[in-house]
Design a binder for this molecule. Sequence first.
Ligand SMILES: NC(=O)c1ccc[n+]([C@@H]2O[C@H](COP(=O)([O-])OP(=O)(O)OC[C@H]3O[C@@H](n4cnc5c(N)ncnc54)[C@H](OP(=O)(O)O)[C@@H]3O)[C@@H](O)[C@H]2O)c1
Length: 280
Amino acid sequence: MATAVITGGTDGIGRALADEYLRHGFEVLVIGRDERKGRAFTDAGERARFVSADLSSVAENRRLAEHIAGQYPSLDVLVLGARYHRSNRVLTADGFESSFALFYLSRFLLSHGLVGPLGRAEKPVVLNFGGAGQTGPVRWDDLQLEHGYHGVRAMGHAGRLNDLLGVDFADTYADTGIRYVLNHPGVVVTSFAGEYDPVTAEQVDHLRITGKPVATAVAQILPFLGATGEGQNGEAQGGLTAVLEGHRVPLEPGVWNLGEARRLRDLTRDLLAQADRRLA
Ligand SMILES: NC(=O)c1ccc[n+]([C@@H]2O[C@H](COP(=O)([O-])OP(=O)(O)OC[C@H]3O[C@@H](n4cnc5c(N)ncnc54)[C@H](OP(=O)(O)O)[C@@H]3O)[C@@H](O)[C@H]2O)c1
């Protein structure tokens, strides 16, 4: 049976994608923290599974990758969609800035950690909600935004890091057949999970009025995944596709830079090794 694993699959776009894959006969495992939302999904039937995990924790991501690899010898679809906005800068128990940890590090750990099962699927695809080239440059001197932190900026910055994760992933695993799709859905009316200061909360209330419905976003995403019988829209370049609101984004070398992507991969590995030493 075809399988899909969806982080952030208990709500918003992730939940809608989970329902879509269920309809297409997949076994679908969603990951979130909220047991109540998890149960609401598993009520859909025995192909609907839920695992609770706090993906801002490095250990939880590693535990999850191990669990998935044990459960699913091959994995057709991996969706990386967990997010949580924080207007105030907060550190995780591992000492990472929380958006960096959840929006980027988790996706780094799960992307690399699940290459084995993905590589054994017939047409494997990873969907990561990155910046799709729409964000500013990497803050190389301050990756976790110690200076000038703003919640919206932190999400945008992590989006850029995810774009570079996709560039490096597609290059590193070019011979595996795994496609990596970076999607920016535009503004979509979801739960907008997070803790907002009054100014940002007001902006989010406005987005709830102006944003597009989840169903519209999903209809714009699915054609690029090609695993639900919808076909693959647009040519991927070397396994990497970037999509902005249903339109393929050209992979200009200046933005989609392999040198920067490798630099970020090496820095990320160093940061993880430092955290492992700290916590040992
Ligand atoms: N909505 C938009 O306008 C928009 C715009 C651009 C990009 N995106 C991207 O689209 C993706 C989906 O966003 P969305 O708006 O649909 O999400 P959402 O409705 O805000 O839901 C967030 C999801 O993340 C999970 N989550 C939050 N913190 C977590 C944690 N620490 N560990 C594990 N799971 C956690 C939540 O699960 P629990 O509640 O069960 O913990 C929930 O399933 C995200 O990557 C987002 O950045 C969305």
